[in-house]
Design a binder for this molecule. Sequence first.
Ligand SMILES: [Zn+2]
Length: 291
Amino acid sequence: MTEQRESGRTIPAPAGGWSSCSLAMGELTTEELAALVSGGNAVALVPLGSTEPHGPHLPLVTDVVLSDEACLRAARSLRDRGLPTAVAPSIAYGVTRYARGFRGAIGLREETLIALLADVGRALLDDGFAHVAFVNNHLEPEHVDAIDRAVQEIRDERGPTCVSFPNQLGKRWGRTLTDEFKQGNCHAGQYETSLVLAAREELVRRELLIDLPPLPISLSAAIRAADGKDLTFAEIGMERAYTGAPAHGSREEGEQSYLRLVEMIVTEVQEHLAEEGEHTARGEIPVLEKT
Ligand SMILES: [Zn+2]
């Protein structure tokens, strides 16, 4: 990697170039980050989650653990394809209404989350990233809707292809995930327990896990049936803040689910970059002079 100019200064590129830098953006120095984005095609993945109860056996930041792990694996895959990619520091708070009443449900208002995500997205684009992808694993509808609205806000300002939200709740990717996920019994059940086992096994309280009976309650169906009325986990029958079959979780299933999540992220990022290339070639998006 050659030297580059930044604000009139010539700064040395790190030995080995961007490919030798940490995948975690927060671990980079400012000069390493400048090297990573210098080619004009860098990708930032932003892990999103929540701080909320996930049964007696999983930690409050389960959704963040899932997004961090999916982003790190996807970033590795994008780098292998020649795209300079970094995982931004995760956003560990989301809209969490259903979990209220349990300790550890620390929620944001929708407008707070929309403003936060729009600001972070804009700042990453201003920093030289060509594309920002939000990667989420907290599936509460109001939370997902807030992410959609933040993405729309950034697109309205900066163009349609600079930001993406690969969303596993959509048909395209949801059908590739496990049966429990598709049934909507996927809060701290087999699906999420498996993903934590594959990423951070030490965070799973195995001694409690084996005694948790399966609870076939579809959270997504209950939310749909409530039709906008406020609901809580407890009202749905999720007395211990889980649904599904956590005791059936396994590392192997988690590995398979990460393959699917990584495929979703990598495919959508590449599609958006290709689309941006077409717009730029047609002169619809001005190519900024990189200094
Ligand atoms: Zn979760």
